[in-house]
Write a protein that binds this ligand. Sequence first.
Ligand SMILES: [Zn+2]
Length: 299
Amino acid sequence: MNIKKVLKGTFLVVLALLVGAIFWQIKSELPHSVNQPKKVVDDKKSKPAPVLEKTAEPAKSKKADSKSAKADWLKSETPIEFPILMYHHIADVVDGNTLFVPADEFEMEMMALKNAGYYTLTPEEAYRVLTTNEKPAEKIVWVTFDDGYKNAYDTAMPILSRLEMTGSFFIITGMRDDEDKMPDEMLLKMKQNSLISLESHTVNHPDLEYLTNDQADSELRDSKQELDRLLKQKTSVICYPAGRYNNETAELAENAGYKLGLTTNPGLASSRNGLFALNRVRVAYGHSEATFMALIGDK
Ligand SMILES: [Zn+2]
């Protein structure tokens, strides 16, 4: 009888210990199991967005911080002039087409700018330079890309992100996802990168010069509206297709809500030409670092 009681007692103690141990185990594992799914979510998040986005993120905040903290905007005695670089495809050259610049050449050019101390402007900063005649650095440049090709996403953006330089891309809203043009998913991913700006290149890429005012007006307004909606932004720059515009284009663009208009007229940009007729420097393939720096008038 006594032995039975003792056995029963021992059994209960062991049972209690077991239950306690299991509880303790669950408790200590709980934080793990809570963390686990979180980790998985993070991994998933970074998978569709390739490495470039991950590296772009910290670069962004760093850039934003350093911009607000470090950028000393200084008024200039003389009217400020600066290069607005014009690129199209960043890809291997096809059929000698000068709209192509190979990736390694483009990277060399961006490195050359960086090494020479150039500050890359956002559209907002370019507007400030042109309207207040003050600048955030001695050497400034605005890097632009026309037509919204997929290699903007695949090739140009990763290089800009790596070097922490800004770039502005002009989108033909009616040709999104056409052949070699970026679809909305790419545009939305680019929008997440604060080094990148997406601006208008009209709806159908017509020569604005030859359109009636009504036609030009809808090209300007509809493309802006579409980008504003898709990207939840205030699109502020119009890049004229083939650089073409007429005497009325500036007023139409301003009334449509734009702040700046870019042409393909060669030369440095300055407010002298008006905010809606800014010159650009066309960059073709084949440059060495020296000829590239000469092209943009670097001294
Ligand atoms: Zn174009």
